[in-house]
Design a protein around this ligand. Structure first.
Ligand code: ADP
Ligand code: MG
Length: 701
């Protein structure tokens, strides 16, 4: 087979010498014709549209205007020196400004001759201006044959510095596409293309760079986005299938006595619809003989614990043991208390293992575990230590996963001959769209419904200067018997300034809420763990009314009597963190409150975060906003994901295409599991190529 033309080194392209080739490689990773062809424009400019000056609005973005320069002058000096040209058309006047290249433009701009200018408009005082516009004589502009939509390519500082302009990039592309004749290999099947009315690969490639029309551009971009998302979904689905077929798990075939007895006689409440659905999903998963690796997402208070307990019972009914791991000692204790209470009348044996369990008690636990008398072990990571040996561990439940490392999870897998089933519970919602494309190796269940009768937490925003009013509100709540959290940012526990803020805050709280009438606890990262636990304990028992803390209380602590969460410098917290903190209240029967304290100086983003918190308590909604604000790059755990290497599609904006691509991928694998049908050969070849980890846009057949 002849080597595809697209493999040609970029140096061979007319107009690209060795020096420029080196620059393109270093800056944009382009070493072949194919690489260049797969550098897609960031955006396009519609050069068929000309604006009049009186049509401009403050954010007109990039516009093209025909007019004349009537006057040029240099203004300011030193760093503020600039060249200003007055530019007019029949409807008005505006300014063109240059900070760089002043001399060139001063010498070359012609007065009172028609020009076409192009650039980004801004408004300064009452006048519109464009800084560093593209200028071209109208005569030349007319004579130049050009496509209606001009592509704007990604650039870098170095490229700009070395004068590799967009114009030059366009010229290189033109050269390339004049040599390349339909060299792009179709990656999708005929069937998928016709089903979704996707243009063919060559049409898409050509029109993505040189759109013949707006409609063709749109179709081409759609096709490329679809292609990109489709192959990611194919890879994820295939990985998931490999896990399910290759990794065996214990089959929990029966739903037995323990589960049924508990379900009919000891459930303290009726399960919500979402809880029932999730339990069903888990049951189905663990019944198959494949290994379960499932992520259970549910907002704080959505009732994940009961799901965990029912999962344990399924294991026990099938002759296995279960364990529940929590990230902190306090959380492990709370789980232990909660689970023990729930299972009190069942005669099952539950124990707690944490770092502070004494040697003697520990020995008893070890031997109970090994002879199988212990059914459920709850604890911190102490329970994955090598010396903890189960007789027959069937399922491990991990609470608040992000506090556990991958290595620790791996240890879990070795606790039995086959890896125990794993259920990871998290209260940090990941937007559905992101979750479904990120976690190829996890199945996902979602509890998207709160238990009935929950009072919505009232959230308000207050400025620092209203602190006294806030304090007197807190006093009223304390008089009613409630408890209060007061949280300070301490993003880096070592930040001395934050620490000082916390201490100053603590002192002012103690002054405002004096003993003996009030008791105030404090917990922060510089304290010894036992001191932290002691203070926490006092608050849990109701001995103190106010807990001044840093974000250490973020995760899972349950004090139903605490009904007010005050967050200081709320503008400094991220959305998901604010949401987590708020979740510490609203756990009892009383009306709960969350008070976000900020200064007057708020960035637009901080404002959006605060407003979002005030507007909704739905964790998924909040996660969606968070995703939009921060982009997927910063969302937890998404850094290494292929989703971020997207070149054409946008995981947030192209949500709809993603859903279609995923469905298409699923259907395809249902119909042709091994891609053996001739019509799917092209897809199969791409997937084989993708195993080399080079990425879709390096694929040239
Ligand atoms: P999560 O761990 O998801 O934050 P929990 O499991 O601690 O939530 O449940 C929060 C509270 O809601 C607990 O007090 C629990 O007893 C209660 N609860 C859970 N499910 C239900 C339900 N279906 N009906 C009523 N109350 C429920
Ligand atoms: Mg919980």
């Amino acid at each position: 087979m002849p080597t595809n033309f697209l493999h040609t080194p970029i140096d061979y392209l007319n107009g690209v010498g060795p020096a420029r080739a080196k620059l393109l490689k270093a800056e944009l990773g382009i070493s072949t014709y194919g690489d260049l062809a797969n550098l897609f424009p960031n955006r396009y400019i519609d050069k068929t549209k000309y604006y009049k000056i009186n049509e401009l609005v403050p954010d007109s973005a990039h516009v093209q205007i025909v007019g004349k320069v009537t006057h040029i002058k240099t203004m300011g000096d030193g760093r503020s020196s600039r060249l200003v040209a007055t530019f007019i058309d029949s409807t008005g006047s505006m300014e063109l400004v240059w900070f760089k290249g002043q001399k060139y433009f001063k010498d070359n701009l012609k007065l009172n001759v028609p020009y076409v200018i192009y650039g980004k408009v801004s408004k300064y005082g009452s006048k519109y201006n464009i800084a560093h516009p593209d200028v071209e004589l109208l005569k030349e502009h007319r004579s130049r044959q050009q496509s209606a939509m001009t592509p704007i390519y990604p650039s870098t500082e170095q490229l700009t510095k070395r004068n590799v302009t967009n114009k030059m990039m366009v010229r290189m592309m033109q050269q390339l596409f004049s040599e390349v004749h339909n060299s792009f290999t179709e990656t999708l099947s005929e069937q998928i293309r016709s089903q979704h009315q996707l243009v063919d690969k060559n049409t898409a490639m050509y029109n993505a760079h040189f759109p013949k029309s707006a409609a063709l551009l749109q179709q081409s971009i759609y096709r490329l986005k679809f292609e990109e998302l489709f192959f990611i979904q194919m890879e994820l689905l295939l990985q998931n299938r490999i896990r399910k077929t290759r990794i065996k798990g214990y089959a929990f075939e029966k739903v037995g006595e323990r589960f049924n007895d508990f379900y009919s006689n000891h459930l303290p409440f009726e399960l919500t619809g979402a809880q029932k659905r999730v339990v069903k999903e888990i049951r189905a998963d663990m019944g198959t003989g494949a290994h379960m690796n499932r992520l259970l997402q549910g907002d704080v208070g959505s009732g994940k614990t009961i799901v965990a307990v029912l999962t344990c019972l399924l294991a026990i009914d099938n002759g296995f043991q279960a364990c529940i791991m929590a990230p902190t000692e306090i959380l492990a204790q709370q789980h232990y208390q909660g689970v023990s209470e729930l299972l009190e009348k069942t005669g099952l044996k539950v124990s707690l293992l944490t770092g502070s369990v004494k040697t003697k008690a520990r020995r008893v636990i070890h031997s109970d575990l090994e002879d199988g008398t212990l059914n459920i072990l709850i604890g911190t990571h102490a329970l994955i230590e090598d010396k903890v040996v189960f007789k027959n561990l069937g399922v491990a439940i991990v609470d608040e996963q992000h506090r556990f490392g991958v290595a620790q999870r791996a240890k879990l897998w070795k606790k039995n001959d086959l890896p125990p089933h794993v259920l990871v519970m998290t209260a940090t919602p990941i937007p559905r769209t992101l979750a479904m494309s990120l976690y190829g190796d996890l199945d996902i269940s979602v509890i998207d419904e709160l238990p009935p009768g929950r009072k919505e937490i009232k959230t308000v925003h207050r400025y620092d200067k209203n602190r006294l009013a806030v304090f007197s509100f807190l006093k009223e709540e304390i008089t009613k018997g409630r408890q209060i959290y007061l949280v300070y940012p301490l993003i880096e526990e070592s930040e001395t300034l934050d620490y000082k803020d916390l201490m100053d805050g603590y002192e002012s709280v103690v002054r405002e809420f004096p003993t003996p009438q009030y008791q105030v606890s404090i917990v922060h990262g510089r304290m010894k763990p036992e001191d932290k636990d002691y203070e926490m304990e006092r608050f849990v028992k109701g001995e103190t009314q106010i807990m001044v803390a840093t974000t250490v209380i973020e995760v899972g602590v349950n004090v139903p009597n605490a009904s007010v969460m005050v967050i200081e410098s709320a503008e400094r917290f991220g959305l998901s963190q604010l949401h987590q903190l708020r979740g510490r209240v609203g756990r009892g029967a009383d009306q709960s409150f969350c008070i976000l304290m900020t200064s007057y100086k708020l960035s637009t983003e901080a404002k959006t975060r605060v407003e979002t918190m005030v507007a909704t308590t739905d964790g998924f909604e909040i996660a969606e906003v968070d995703l939009k604000l921060r982009g997927p790059g910063d969302m937890m755990g998404t850094r290494q994901s292929g989703v971020l290497a997207l070149r054409v599609a946008d995981i947030v904006k192209d949500n709809d295409i993603l859903a279609v691509a995923r469905e298409t991928a699923k259907e395809l694998l249902q119909k042709d599991a091994t891609l053996a049908l001739p019509e799917n050969t092209s897809i199969k070849k791409v997937l084989q190529f993708l195993q080399s980890k080079k990425g879709l846009w390096k694929y040239i057949s």
